[in-house]
Design a protein around this ligand. Structure first.
Ligand code: NAD
Length: 243
């Protein structure tokens, strides 16, 4: 028996990296998973793959509608889609600022807004409101700041503030909202770093190594499950002890 048996979950940015690991973990715990990404060739473990740009309100609303039409409800939302467009503040273009905020922060807002109504309608076997669980993927640099990432750190700091606000606004409807703030995780996002830079970063981490996508997925699955039923508005760091 899995900790998420019978739950319907939406995971964004699900085609690779941390998102793909989250899809696999939630499915392994018994959830029916709707995987969303801009381009999806295959989504192992998912029951449905949808092409969705998280910064497009119409596509986001259509994805949630299709999920409810097909599976009857949404119990779990994982806002994982994210990009970086790094550069020094002085030289950062408006376009690079806007794109990162639109995908990382506005995308999280759009999906949260879209699932809020269906989640409010959810009822458990006892007929009582059962709400839902939203897990946002933030970042350690959304807590600490980081030179060269004004757009990205602002988006992730915004995601943390949004998480706390949603927890307060929707708590009375039994909708929990938490964030996971990963440190350096091995993925295509960090693979682009030169090897010597990766080694330098690793030396600053108390555990002296990058984390794996599954480390993040395990924290997400716990926050989404009933084991965390009294946890909301929190930021769980999965960063090898960096902060
Ligand atoms: N890898 C790390 O070290 C690290 C650290 C902290 C936080 N994070 C966060 O974890 C999340 C996943 O990152 P990752 O490392 O797996 O990166 P990744 O680049 O491998 O994956 C990002 C995913 O987001 C999707 N995506 C991008 N723009 C999208 C859009 N507009 N609409 C829908 N999907 C979109 C991509 O298609 C991809 O599937 C991101 O939010 C990232 O900011 C990663």
């Amino acid at each position: 028996m899995g900790t998420l048996d019978g739950r319907i979950a939406i995971v964004t940015g699900a085609s690779r990296g941390i998102g793909a690991a989250i899809v696999g973990k939630l499915a392994a715990e018994g959830a029916t998973v709707v995987a969303c990404a801009r381009s999806i060739e295959s989504c192992p473990g998912a029951s449905l793959c949808l092409k969705v740009d998280v910064s497009n309100a119409e596509q986001v609303d259509a994805c949630v509608k299709e999920t409810v039409a097909k599976f009857g409800r949404v119990d779990i939302l994982v806002n994982n889609a994210g990009i970086t467009k790094d550069g020094l503040l002085m030289r950062m273009s408006d376009a690079d600022w806007d794109q990162v905020i639109d995908i990382n922060l506005k995308g999280t807002f759009l999906f949260t807004r879209a699932v809020s109504r269906p989640m409010m309608k959810n009822k458990g076997a006892d007929g009582q409101p059962s709400g839902g669980a939203i897990v946002n993927i933030a970042s350690v640099v959304g807590i600490t700041g980081n030179a060269g990432q004004a757009n990205y750190t602002s988006s992730k700091g915004g995601v943390i503030a949004l998480t706390k606000t949603v927890a307060k606004e929707l708590g009375s409807r039994q909708i929990r909202c938490n964030a996971v703030a990963p440190g350096f995780i091995r993925s295509q996002m960090t693979d682009v770093l030169p090897e010597d830079v990766k080694n330098q970063y690793a030396q600053t981490i108390p555990l002296k190594r990058f984390g794996e996508a599954t480390d993040v997925a395990n924290a997400v699955a716990w926050l989404a499950s009933d084991a965390a039923s009294y946890v909301t508005g929190q930021v769980i760091s999965v960063n090898g002890g960096m902060v």
